[in-house]
Each structure stands twice: as C-alpha cells, then as structure tokens.
Design a protein around this ligand. Structure first.
Ligand code: 5GP
Ligand code: ZN
Length: 116
C-alpha cells in the first residue's frame, strides 16, 4: 500500500528502531511508548485490520504471536509478564490501518476495561 505508514516502515522508506525482521514480519519500537517496553509487530503484507484477516492469514497471525513471545524473552519481560494487544476499528481505538500487535511490558498493566 503506497501511503500506509507501516508499509513504509516495512519497506525502510521511513526510519524505525527495528528489533526483528524476517521474510514475513517486522518488529519495531513504538514511536510514543506508553510503557517502558512498547514494541509493534507487523506483517509485511498489508492487512488493514483484524476484521480483514482471512483463514489463509491465520499462520501469519500465529507467527506474530510467536515472535512477540520470543521478543518478550529477549527484552527481559517474559518472567514478569506482559500484554499483547490488537486494537481493531474505531471502538477499539485503532489509529493505523495496518494490523499491528502491541507488545507491552516493563510495568504492571492491571487497568480494567470499562464501558464508556
Ligand atoms: P493503534 O492505536 O493503531 O493500535 O496504535 C498505533 C501505534 O502506532 C501507536 O502506539 C503509535 O504511537 C504508533 N505509531 C504511529 N506512527 C508511528 C511511526 O511512524 N513510527 C512508530 N515507530 N510508531 C508509530
Ligand atoms: Zn500497510
């Protein structure tokens, strides 16, 4: 996708602190971290939201979760625990329309989700 900011990061057209890359995925630090360890994992394939994931994408999404677990270990937050988050659509608070898995850790993340 031409104008997608995360596709641009995957193509190295805009800089990011990349922590991991393979044929399918890129992981990089969030530009505005909300916790001490805040990493985003994206597929190189443009998928706009979890609503657009097809059955053929399931292995790819599984790889994202596996890689998040590996990165959590490498970044020293596996033992203490962490959160994995996909925001989806407007009510989910999704701002970038290219699926990304937030890996959040390094702090106690106990906040409750309350209806507004
Ligand atoms: P969302 O609200 O869509 O789940 O999260 C989007 C995330 O992407 C936010 O945490 C935001 O800080 C991060 N982000 C947006 N633009 C950029 C960017 O250009 N570079 C990096 N590294 N992170 C970004
Ligand atoms: Zn994209």
């Amino acid at each position: 996708m031409e104008d997608c900011i995360f596709c641009k990061i995957a193509r190295k057209e805009i800089p990011a602190e990349i922590l991991f890359e393979d044929f399918d995925l890129v992981a990089f630090r969030d530009i505005k971290p909300i916790v001490p360890v805040h990493v985003l994992l994206i597929p190189k394939k443009h998928i706009s939201s979890i609503n657009d994931v097809t059955e053929e994408d399931s292995a790819l999404v599984g790889k994202m979760i596996f890689r998040a677990k590996e990165l959590a270990k490498e970044l020293g937050i596996a033992e203490g625990g962490y959160k994995l988050l996909f925001r989806t659509g407007e009510n989910g608070g999704q701002e970038v329309a290219h699926i990304h898995l937030h890996l959040l850790g390094g702090a106690r993340l106990f906040e409750e989700i309350r209806p507004v």
